[in-house]
Ligand binder design. Structure first.
Ligand code: FAD
Length: 392
């Protein structure tokens, strides 16, 4: 009989792992509760009305057609010794190797006042879906002159440059439609991804429409009052017309219950195989894993899936897995149809995934507008290519 792999989660990491494991000759079952996947990359453009939500949504029919058994259900437990995943509602699936890619959980216990009810009023929209559309409606309905507040957590979190992309696109929207308004970024840290490139774009394009407050100037969020639409930081209290609060995150409940996560909330892995350091036979990829210097991105999740799938096949066939090289490229829109990018190559040093400095790349500061336009095209092409590969 074929070796059996079960994959939990049908996002970028899980869908890529299922495809790769199937290609490598395993019998693959993918477990995903939702009938469709709503992709986060480019969803900041949905928030500001530049892109329809439908462009973010993909079905699982393509995966099923390719030969992956797709089970729409929720994994609720892992019996590692018996090599079984338990599903909500009672069933279970046996595996020879398990790959877990459930993404992140928003922490609704981390910022006083920011609970589930508050997140419906100050949407994080950090899992693309209903909150993305809600934030878009709130922004569209806001009167000119309103203050938009965007609160950003400390590292690590999903998509390090994503909040600054969101702020840029909101500023562009305000400039075009509500020029007496302003976007205020409250940050729990002092430095962020692609900072010189964002700051260049902000100064050149948005002027007084965008204000950035780092931790050092009191940007860290201490408390929110959703009913009063107010946010308190060390720097004082502001009232927002529209607020998006991105809370700290951690690996989802399934990972914590199964003993895959350490105290910080994320899952430590062996970077050669992405096998859990805590639970044998279970591999963790994507946002839920601690992948050394790699950022939590869809591009990373895809690359990790390929590495992990090869290692799983090698381990099942008694071969030693090869030492991998992984790549990540993250595009960020700084204005509609204008983007910057950062690329990294990662290798193994001792037992950790580290960035290889001489292989890194970042868009130049001071580049002509035509280059920013070309990079926006490259980013859109990446999204089309990867979603077609995984869901087509
Ligand atoms: P996800 O994509 O979240 O997939 C997890 C899946 O697991 C979900 O479908 C979920 O339903 C399922 N699941 C969860 N729990 C269970 C369970 N118990 N049982 C079964 N299934 C379960 N990345 C980029 O590379 N480029 C970008 O430009 C970019 N832009 C972004 C913009 C925004 C606004 C945001 C929020 C993120 C962006 N990202 C970007 C980051 C990217 O979306 C994530 O890093 C990526 O989705 C991680 O993939 P994943 O497979 O780990 O998790």
């Amino acid at each position: 009989a074929l070796a059996r792999a079960v994959v939990v989660g049908g996002g970028f990491g899980g869908a890529a792992a299922a495809r790769a494991l199937h290609r490598l000759g395993l019998a693959v079952t993918l477990v995903e509760p939702s009938r469709s996947y709503c992709a986060c990359p480019l969803s900041n453009a949905v928030v500001t009305g530049l892109r329809p939500m439908a462009a973010q949504v993909f079905g699982y029919e393509g995966l099923a057609r390719s030969g992956v058994a797709v089970v729409h259900g929720r994994a609720v437990g892992i019996e590692a010794a018996a090599r079984r995943v338990r599903l909500a509602g009672g069933g279970s699936l046996a595996y020879d190797r398990l790959v877990v890619a459930p993404g992140v959980e928003m922490r609704l216990d981390a910022i006083p006042g920011y609970d589930a009810a508050a997140s419906a009023v100050m949407p994080h929209a950090w899992k693309a879906g209903a909150q993305t559309e809600d934030l878009a409606r709130r922004l569209a309905a806001m009167e000119d002159g309103g203050l938009v507040v965007l609160a950003v957590p400390d590292n690590p979190y999903r998509c390090p440059p994503g909040p600054y992309e969101r702020a840029s696109l909101i500023a562009a929207y305000l400039k075009a439609h509500k020029p007496r308004s302003k976007v205020l970024i409250l940050d729990a840290k002092d430095v962020f991804s692609k900072q010189p490139l964002f700051e260049e774009a902000w100064a050149a394009r948005y002027g007084g429409l965008l204000e950035y407050v780092p931790r050092a100037r009191g940007g860290a969020l201490l408390e929110v009052d959703a009913a009063g639409m107010s946010l308190r930081t060390e720097g004082g209290t502001v009232r927002a017309a529209v607020a998006s609060v991105i809370p700290p995150q951690r690996a989802p409940e399934l990972c914590r219950d199964a003993g895959l996560a350490e105290a910080g909330g994320w899952c430590p892995i062996d970077p050669v195989t992405f096998e859990s350091r805590l639970v044998p036979g279970v591999h963790v990829i994507g946002d839920a894993a601690i992948a050394g210097a790699m950022p939590k991105s869809a591009f990373s999740a895809h690359a990790q899936a390929e590495t992990c799938a090869r290692a799983v096949a090698d381990l099942l066939h008694g071969r030693a897995p090869e030492t991998p090289r992984l790549i990540n490229v993250c595009y960020s829109l700084v204005a509609p149809d204008r983007a910057v990018s950062i690329a990294g190559v990662y290798g193994i040093e001792w037992d950790r995934l580290v960035a290889i400095p001489e292989a890194a790349g970042i868009s130049p500061v001071g580049a002509p507008d035509a280059l920013r336009a070309r990079e926006a095209g490259n980013g859109a092409a990446w999204f089309r290519a990867v979603t077609a590969e995984l869901y087509g």
